[in-house]
Design a binder for this molecule. Sequence first.
Ligand SMILES: [Zn+2]
Ligand SMILES: [Zn+2]
Length: 454
Amino acid sequence: MRTFPPWRSRSPSTVGLLAAALLAAAVLAGASPVVAQPSSPEDRAALAALIDIEVDRVAPEIVALRHRIHQHPELGNREFETAALVAEHLRALGFDEVTTDIAHTGVVGILRGGRPGPVVAVRADMDALPVTEATDLAFKSSLRTTYLGQEVGVMHACGHDIHTSVELGVASVLAAMRDELPGTVKFIFQPAEEGVPPGEDGGAELMVVEGVLGDPEPAAIFGLHASPTLQVGKIGYTPGPALAAVDHFHIEILGTQSHGAWPHESVDPVVLAAQVVMALQTIRSRNMPPLEPGVVSVGIIRGGERFNIIPEQVHLEGTVRTYDPDVRDMVERRMNEILAGITAAGGGSYELEYDRATPATINDVALTERMVPAMEAVVGSENVIRTDPVMGGEDFAYFSNAVPGLYYWLGTTKPGTTSGGLHTPTYTGDDEAIAVGMRVMSNLLVDFLLQEGD
Ligand SMILES: [Zn+2]
Ligand SMILES: [Zn+2]
């Protein structure tokens, strides 16, 4: 059993003194006191200055926490120790509520500020992947576990260690300045973003079913994802459609087995499967409007036992990525028509199981436009980049379908270095991204509370 050494935040009492000093400075400078004129430019500036002070103070401890999480990666629905660490951190900060075991291993913390205001939520995912780490990080994971019956390495190859530690850092920052916080922040730590083991439920969908967005109901939700294609210090955002809907299909092509030298006695499912693979690509090229985003990919073809036997059955499996729900319906319909036509022509038959997984993640356009200036204020407008939508998926969609959401990219590649892509053994997120992530997210949450409270 692995255990995380206990971690305690420093007393936030020094922060009250800092806030008082800033307030006094603002008054001396002729500005209105913080409390007298809520959400004035001076108020915003004072809160941003407090965030800066707190980020500088807690970042080293949060980076150490990130190393610990990175070295102890846990697969979806198995984030027991990560969740325990998260809950302990939030409790140590004096959160008003900390609830555990949501959607199996999820944790939700509520932090009520000293000033009245709305509620906003922030979400981080905690799960790792069955990938064997091949980075030269001093804190790399050498852990192994069993996944689908096979022994595999486990790695935070999607950067969820960064997501979790940034959100823990934001918790530390906002807890330390809670007297000045103009509203309530709901911190959501989610299990199983990468999917659940077969036969289990979980992830964002189950968190929403279990009421994570109720009482108190957030007016908006924010989330971020590590991006190896952006350097540390840069932020990427996409107004509107940002990440695609993810579907997973299983096909069985059913034929009749024969000797390989007597093909006329078979219904050859290998030949039928080959035609199906090619024909499925015509859905992209001939059934979707050319400017409509969509992908149909076959990732698995499996069939046959011996070189001179035509098998009875071939298994195909793959993924469909779309944005438009009508296009999604069309793809499933066309897959059935293609499979029915080709297998009937060859004398065989088929079975199709089409699973709709995550819906598309659509960033609320008005919210995105409102929040971009806050991002620019933190990292500089030249470092805030409008990025194209991608065909990857994110179950953040379940949250942002329920309340307005903004999901953005946090650059994690150290300038002058390279990183493998997400989900690869060489994905390398730089520690410097942690403080940037904390600063941007803390400012977004506080700015949203100020704006919404106006
Ligand atoms: Zn991932
Ligand atoms: Zn991810």
